[in-house]
Design a protein around this ligand. Structure first.
Ligand SMILES: [Zn+2]
Length: 333
């Protein structure tokens, strides 16, 4: 399952005076069976009961088992201890399309790492830029994501680093909208990654989103085990919080979130959803400025993770799924 940051807008063009704007987000699901992978695991992995195997690799389809394990540890065995800062190496790979590739300024990469490190500072997880590599005649984001991400596994296998988090920056063709039967629909992939998965230790982003304050921290949130705040795979989360550990994003620190389709109810100047209720009359108050929501930025309100989200990421970072990537741990004085 690849979780991305994707915007989907449709506009009815039948009558210009009655244009209707809507916003909804597509969650894209990828299912992969057991495939060989060049990514090896720590030697003692097979002694861990909470790791799921398919021969010598972790199946993408089994990732969920490990996430469940981490979330079930809460709250007793979570890693609240932030006495040490753990550092992960990251490698940027700039994929330049054959035609008119967007030039990426090295200063922008440095700034993107700073944005990421500021977002993750409370979790005592930091990232070190290890290298930047350019790849010519490369695929575009559209080519990687078309046909339900058909080209992504081979792309990942070819270009991912073994000992670092690889962040792939791809060109897109800038063609986000199409018109059919008087309806214009616009869809744009900002970035995507798998949640806490061995086989694809990468993040894929569009070049124009490199300095977006939300996209890279959002994808890194997935990389370290976080779900969207509007996740409803186990049913819609109740506003009254009676089921917050088992529905939604499984975290009680993030209020029930009906999802971006209802973003029309948000007053972005106050960063608050107003007037949208459930069938019992309770009003939704999602955390609009949470990194893992799908809402627009609030006016003068920074993006944030909750403390519980930081703890989940810290736990995931120290788990066998991610800890083989840790470069160093330094005591916080
Ligand atoms: Zn996402």
């Amino acid at each position: 399952m690849a979780f991305g940051f994707i915007t989907f807008i449709y506009m009815l063009k039948c009558l210009p005076l009655y244009r209707i704007f809507g916003l909804m987000i597509l969650l894209l699901y990828l299912c992969h069976g057991c495939t060989s992978s060049k990514h090896s695991l720590a030697a003692d992995c097979n002694e861990k009961e909470d790791v799921f195997y398919c021969e010598d690799t972790i199946c993408a389809k089994d990732y969920h088992g490990h996430i469940d394990t981490i979330y079930k540890q809460m709250p007793s065995d979570m890693h609240y201890d932030m006495d040490q800062t753990i550092y992960f190496p990251i490698v940027f790979k700039i994929h330049n399309a054959a035609n008119n590739p967007r030039i990426v300024n090295p200063k922008d990469i440095t700034q993107a790492v700073q944005i990421l490190n500021e977002a993750f500072l409370p979790s005592a997880i930091q990232f070190k830029l290890q290298s930047v590599e350019k790849i010519s005649e490369a695929n575009t984001l559209q080519q990687i994501t078309e046909n339900t991400y058909e080209a992504y596994p081979a792309f990942s296998k070819k270009y991912d680093e073994l000992d670092a988090i690889t962040i792939h920056l791809l060109d897109d063709n800038g063609e986000y909208c199409e018109e059919q039967d008087n309806i214009v629909s616009c869809r744009r992939v900002h970035g995507f990654t798998y949640i806490l998965n061995y086989q694809y230790p990468n993040i894929v982003m569009s070049k124009p989103d490199l300095l977006n304050e939300k996209v890279l921290p959002h994808e890194m949130g997935h990389f370290f085990g976080l779900f969207h705040t509007h996740r409803d795979m186990e049913g819609e989360e109740k506003i009254i919080r009676s089921d917050c550990e088992t529905t939604g994003d499984h975290l009680c620190s993030t209020p029930a979130d009906p999802g971006p389709l209802y973003g029309i109810y948000i007053d972005y100047t106050r960063c608050e959803m107003i007037g949208y209720t459930d069938q019992n009359g309770y009003e939704y108050k999602p955390m609009i400025n949470n990194y893992m929501s799908y809402y627009y930025p609030c006016y003068r309100r920074a993006f944030t993770f909750t403390e519980e989200q930081y703890i989940v990421m810290r736990t995931a970072a120290l788990s066998v799924v991610r800890n083989y990537l840790i470069e160093e741990e330094i005591d916080n004085d």
